[in-house]
Design a protein. Structure first.
Length: 177
């Protein structure tokens, strides 16, 4: 059949050994180029995915930074209500009649403010309400005391803060008890 087109006979056995190295080289080059293209395409896809993840992460970080900035501003505004010598690390808030007693590591100060309003300003600050008249910063808790059904928290300033039944579950969840 090959003689019909090319006007000579093909001796496969004789030419096989001559064609084999050329065929292997050409096949290897084609395979290598194909694998290289697949690798480059895969790298491009990974790069695009990475860029997408980075863009999403940047958006989340920017949103978090904006909310953190707002929280920081609110906390600074709240702490700005205290005299300079009393400004320090916030430990707890205690309602006392129509006043709010603010406890810091530098002492305490009375403000004419509702606890509810103070809690709104301290929304981003890590802490929790333990009683209708008490709020405690998480870092200020030294230990949890339980006596029968009563629970209280001992703070770094040696205050013992009551935990009412209403807030027991929140305290356990927040302080990982």
């Amino acid at each position: 059949m090959a003689g019909f087109f090319f006007d000579h006979t093909l001796h496969l056995a004789d030419n096989f050994l001559l064609a084999l190295p050329n065929t292997l080289v050409i096949g290897s080059i084609i395979t290598f180029v194909s694998m290289l293209q697949n690798h480059v395409n895969h790298q491009k896809q990974q790069l695009e995915q990475s860029q997408h993840v980075i863009e999403q992460s940047q958006k989340v970080i920017e949103q978090h930074q904006q909310s953190r900035d707002t929280d920081t501003i609110q906390i600074e505004q709240f702490m700005g209500l205290l005299p300079l010598e009393k400004r320090g690390q916030l430990l707890c808030l205690e309602m006392d009649d129509h006043y709010l007693k603010v406890h810091t590591d530098k002492g305490q100060h009375m403000l004419l403010m509702r606890l509810k309003d103070a809690l709104m300003q301290l929304e981003g600050f890590p802490g929790l309400q333990t009683h209708r008249s008490w709020w405690v910063a998480n870092h200020a808790v030294v230990s949890v005391n339980k006596e029968n059904r009563k629970m209280s928290l001992l703070l770094t300033n040696h205050l013992e803060v009551p935990v009412s039944r209403t807030f027991v579950e929140a305290v356990k969840a927040n302080l990982a008890l």
